[in-house]
Design a protein around this ligand. Structure first.
Ligand SMILES: [Zn+2]
Length: 87
């Protein structure tokens, strides 16, 4: 394998790796870390990037009044303003 083939493979990996990085970045993740991850493990990183942030059950609770799913770090329900009691 010559140097040109290596450059082409690296270029494709870096370009392809930007796709899961963009998806992850839009979900608040580190662009650079996901870019590296995507370049090395593109077949894993792409479905992973698509999957993260889609499960609202992890780290969320249901408002007792309006039944909205609210993230666990939010002290109030964004819809009705119900204040969660910390246990
Ligand atoms: Zn509510």
């Amino acid at each position: 394998m010559g140097i040109n083939e290596i450059i082409i493979i690296v270029f494709i990996a870096v370009t392809a790796g930007a796709l899961p990085a963009i998806i992850a970045y839009k979900k608040g993740k580190s662009f650079f870390r996901w870019w590296v991850y995507g370049a090395f493990l593109f077949p894993v990183a792409l479905p992973h990037a698509l999957f993260i942030g889609t499960s609202i059950d992890i780290g969320s609770r249901r408002c007792l009044y309006c039944h909205t799913q609210v993230r666990i770090d939010k002290p109030h329900c964004p819809k009705c303003g119900y204040e969660f009691i910390e246990f």
